[in-house]
Design a protein around this ligand. Structure first.
Ligand SMILES: Cc1cc2nc3c(=O)[nH]c(=O)nc-3n(C[C@H](O)[C@H](O)[C@H](O)COP(=O)(O)O)c2cc1C
Length: 334
């Protein structure tokens, strides 16, 4: 089975680039040091020097390869240029057109291109422009959700579509333990991409209250209540916190722009106010009414029982998946 790595990484475990700044150098380096693929997340504005600084900070913490994620819905050309100049291992892309020119440019710089898609159509386009791997995101996923289909039906269809193109398919959405990992492999994936599981680690840059809520609550909902003005038409999956449950039927005309300020934060070095219904998750610099801020999480959050070091998440997953395959799925048990 394909659990022995993707794209030259030791294991087929990818840490999703958690926006806006939750996947920083500490988390990415911890995942890389454990043999997985860690992905930094660029700011949603042009800031090439800052992006280079993030990459260099990460390199101080690991000598293993890692990647950077870019959300194409926001200004990104200069940031991408910085990423290619720094020659990281992987450029991950989300929510926008992954062009052939960009793939060629990245390949010329020795950087692999890995878009995250949410439909068969998007996967087709990615194959046609020559990407190196595809992350398939199911609707179970935490954070922003680009497609409508559940992973168990979408993933094998993308695997079939890829056929013998030799492009590894990576499964994302609702995977937090070895059972999900092995299930994804059985559906034809060569690796998995996890967001929520890595959010709940010591090294993630989420606010301690947010991490605590990931253990405390076990239900999520697909919604569009948060960040409507800044990122329109971008549904997301969030924890069902008391604040969310009170406001989930928010009038469609409302958005964060005319709401009261409920806190302050520093994101990628820039100070910002947080208004009610903003799409910004709390990080350790955030002050104010933390419990009323958005808390993204995937559908399997209820399976996460403790905050762990990220390296241990990778190690435990690999060991438990190997055990599961050997012990449970021996041919005699069918
Ligand atoms: C807090 C959070 C932020 C995220 N930010 C991004 C992002 O900036 N870019 C991206 O490609 N995916 C992002 N994702 C989605 C992940 O890449 C991945 O698809 C998802 O986490 C998988 O589902 P899971 O959370 O159930 O593991 C985010 C997910 C979470 C939970």
């Amino acid at each position: 089975m394909g659990w022995k790595g993707i794209l030259g990484f030791e294991y087929g475990i990818v840490q999703g680039p958690l926006g806006p700044d939750i996947a920083g150098p500490e988390l990415v380096a911890a995942v890389a040091n454990a043999g997985g693929l860690g992905l930094l997340r660029t700011p949603d504005w042009e800031s090439p020097d800052y992006v280079k600084e993030l990459i260099r900070k990460t390199r101080k913490l690991t000598d293993k390869p890692f990647g950077v994620g870019v959300v194409l819905a926001f200004p990104h050309k200069e940031n991408v240029k910085a990423i290619l100049e720094e020659k990281v291992a992987v450029l991950q892309l989300y929510w926008g057109e992954c062009s052939k020119e960009l793939v060629i440019e990245a390949h010329n710089a020795g950087v692999k291109v890995v878009p995250q898609v949410g439909s068969l159509e998007e996967a087709k386009k990615a194959i046609n422009v020559g990407v190196d791997a595809i992350i398939v995101q199911g609707r179970e996923a935490g954070g922003h959700v680009i497609g409508q289909e559940g992973l168990i039906s979408l993933l094998p269809r993308v695997v079939d579509l890829v056929g013998d193109h030799g492009i590894p398919v990576i499964a994302a959405g609702g995977i937090v333990d070895a059972r999900g990992y092995v299930a994804a492999l059985a559906l034809g994936a060569k690796g998995i991409c996890m967001g929520t599981r890595f959010l709940a680690t010591h090294e993630s840059y989420a606010h301690p209250t947010y991490k605590r809520k990931l253990i405390e609550y076990d239900k999520t909902e697909y919604t569009d209540v948060f960040g409507r003005a800044r990122w329109p038409g971008a549904p997301h999956r969030v924890l069902q916190t008391p604040f969310f449950c009170d406001w989930k039927c928010l009038n469609a005309q409302e958005n964060e722009t005319n709401q009261p300020i409920i806190g302050r934060t520093i994101i990628h070095g820039v100070e910002r106010e947080i208004r009610r219904f903003a799409g910004t998750v709390p990080n350790p610099t955030t002050t104010g009414d933390i419990e009323s801020m958005v808390m993204y999480a995937g559908q399997s959050v209820g399976l996460i029982k403790e905050i762990l070091p990220a390296g241990q998440v990778v190690k435990k997953l690999v060991e438990a998946a190997q055990f599961l395959i050997r012990q449970t799925f021996n041919p005699d048990s069918i």
